[in-house]
Design a protein around this ligand. Structure first.
Ligand code: E4P
Length: 216
């Protein structure tokens, strides 16, 4: 499983990218709005930091408007992936865009039928939302494993992005469930590397190192 960073904050992206584990970035209108910056300027700066798939979302609700927005955004940089919600009109847009060779990330997926339809329309990625599904007492990880099972049985190559990740355990469970990618918020990335025994171990090594005789 690969990692995307789920943010539009360029400072977080720059710092996370320096770890060498971030393959791409996902944004959405909420994440972009938090930055208080121009959309294009934000996305372009992200493409200059991470050389991988960068998802940018359209906001039209009709296929014609989605395709128009998508063609404009996709022309900004070759790494841009167009994020489209799994609605009737969204499916039409995905199918038109895939015929033009434009990569899409179908978002707001909450059941395997939505994922299957998106895949058959030519989506490059589908984004099942683990956290938001779990918030309403549903099993977000079962959603990932159901989609992974169906895609495997039918030899579908659309990649599964585990989205709406809230905790490090979501990441482990999404990996076990067969997600191709987890898109993680910066805070979760920081939490993933932490372990109290690692901190205690580092402190002990440093203390013991002081006791090693050193030649002047
Ligand atoms: C990413 O593609 C999604 O838009 C994002 O993970 C949603 O996360 P949230 O449910 O925490 O807003």
């Amino acid at each position: 499983m690969r990692f995307f960073l789920d943010t539009a904050n360029v400072n977080e992206i720059r710092e996370a990218a320096s770890l060498g584990v971030i393959y791409g970035v996902t944004t959405n209108p909420t994440l972009v709005s938090k930055e208080g910056r121009d959309f294009k300027e934000t996305i372009m700066e992200i493409t200059s930091i991470v050389d991988g798939p960068i998802s940018a979302e359209v906001v039209s609700l009709e296929a014609e408007g989605m395709v128009k927005e998508a063609l404009e955004i996709a022309a900004w940089h070759p790494n841009i992936v167009i994020k489209i919600p799994i609605i009737w009109e969204g499916l039409k847009a995905v199918s038109q865009l895939s015929k033009k060779g434009i990569k899409t990330n179908v978002t707001l997926v909450f059941n395997p039928n939505q994922a299957l339809l998106a895949a058959r329309a030519g989506a490059t990625y589908v984004s099942p939302f683990v956290g938001r599904f779990t918030d309403i007492s549903q099993d977000g990880i079962a959603l990932i494993s159901d989609i992974a099972e169906i895609f495997s049985i039918h030899d579908i190559h659309t990649q599964i992005i585990a989205a709406s990740i809230r905790t490090p355990m979501d990441v482990i469970n999404a990996a076990k469930a067969g997600a191709d990618i987890a898109t993680v918020p910066y805070k979760v990335l920081q939490q993933m590397i932490k372990h109290p025994l690692t901190d205690i171990g580092v402190e002990k090594f440093l203390e013991d190192w002081k006791k090693v005789p050193k030649r002047a």
